[in-house]
Design a binder for this molecule. Structure first.
Ligand SMILES: Cc1cc2nc3c(=O)[nH]c(=O)nc-3n(C[C@H](O)[C@H](O)[C@H](O)COP(=O)(O)OP(=O)(O)OC[C@H]3O[C@@H](n4cnc5c(N)ncnc54)[C@H](O)[C@@H]3O)c2cc1C
Length: 268
């Protein structure tokens, strides 16, 4: 695997810090993947209190104060698709995943995205390397060691190409500045280096990792779990969806078990 460049080394360090600080909210996935449930707003009581706006002024403080009647209402609301109370609870995940996973993930439009940009920083110089399980179908290894050896070399050569050419371009920009061919840097972003990064990134493969903040309400998160934890979803996004589910279930166990019940009853 290629040497870690600055972006990747910083990220690796940050992941280690987050894992040490919040082990219950973080998971590592694959050779460089990561997901953290950084924040969440609202809980089961938020949903019930919202749904009861028209029937009572009594508000529940949290799920620990739920009676059997409250639990039943939560289940009925979810089963009968009373959508909006479930839109009042939000989750903010941060994940580091290969770009091909991001392309599937971003199709979940009812959510907010913020992604690492190769316009402003060098790419993360790590590519997804499928492990033996990811490379196998019912015990048969579809990509053998010989193919994987070439796969890795090819990806390494792309990162090396980027680093080599970005350094070359920067050296030429600096030289032209010294010679007065292009104007001096006037603070902020250097438009010349920025344009170079914008174009050099075009060689980055979909196996390269990227970094995303994803904010989503529970209604949409449930749809994501329903679609991306199913066996027909691609293995890699399924790993992230399963990890996201574990983190969510750890935080809001009653909502998770109610969702499981409804999903099991409405299985297509
Ligand atoms: C196994 C699998 C294979 C897939 N294959 C492909 C593929 O080959 N190519 C491809 O492009 N995508 C593919 N998808 C993506 C899929 O088509 C959906 O775009 C994705 O799963 C997001 O689902 P969603 O639209 O329900 O989610 P969101 O975009 O989050 O939308 C949530 C809900 O909001 C409503 N909604 C959102 N936008 C609209 C709208 N414009 N009009 C009406 N209602 C709306 C719908 O009720 C929707 O279910 C695949 C998904 C899966 C799980």
């Amino acid at each position: 695997m290629a040497l870690l460049n600055k972006s990747s080394a910083e990220l690796e360090e940050e992941i280690a810090k987050r894992m040490a600080l919040h082990p219950e909210s973080c998971r590592r996935i694959g050779n460089f993947g990561f997901i953290e449930l950084e924040d969440s707003w609202g809980d089961e009581a938020t949903i019930i209190n919202t749904a009861r706006i028209s029937s009572t002024n009594n508000r529940l403080p949290d799920a620990a104060s739920f009676t059997e009647k409250d639990r039943k209402l939560l289940y009925q609301l979810l089963r009968d698709q009373h959508g909006t109370p479930f839109e009042t609870v939000y989750f903010r995940f941060r994940f580091i995943a290969p770009i091909f996973v991001l392309r599937q993930w971003v199709k979940h439009r009812i959510s907010s995205w913020n992604e690492f940009s190769m316009r402003y920083r060098k790419p993360i110089s790590v590519a997804y390397l499928p492990d033996l399980q990811a490379r196998s179908v019912e015990g048969f290894v579809v990509l053998d060691e010989e193919v994987m050896d070439e796969y890795e070399k090819l990806l390494d050569s792309l990162f090396a190409w980027y680093e080599r050419n970005y350094s070359k371009v920067c050296a030429r920009i600096d030289q032209c500045r010294e010679q007065g061919i292009i104007p001096p840097k006037s603070g902020g972003r250097d438009p010349y280096r920025g344009r170079a990064r914008e174009l050099l990134r075009n060689v980055m493969p979909v196996a390269a990792y990227s970094d995303v903040y994803w904010t989503i309400n529970f209604r949409s998160l449930m749809n994501f779990f329903r679609l991306r934890r199913k066996p027909d979803a691609q293995y890699e996004i399924r790993q992230y969806a399963d990890a996201a589910y574990e983190l969510f279930a750890h935080r809001l166990p009653l909502l998770a078990s109610t969702m499981e019940q409804v999903l099991a009853e409405t299985k297509e």
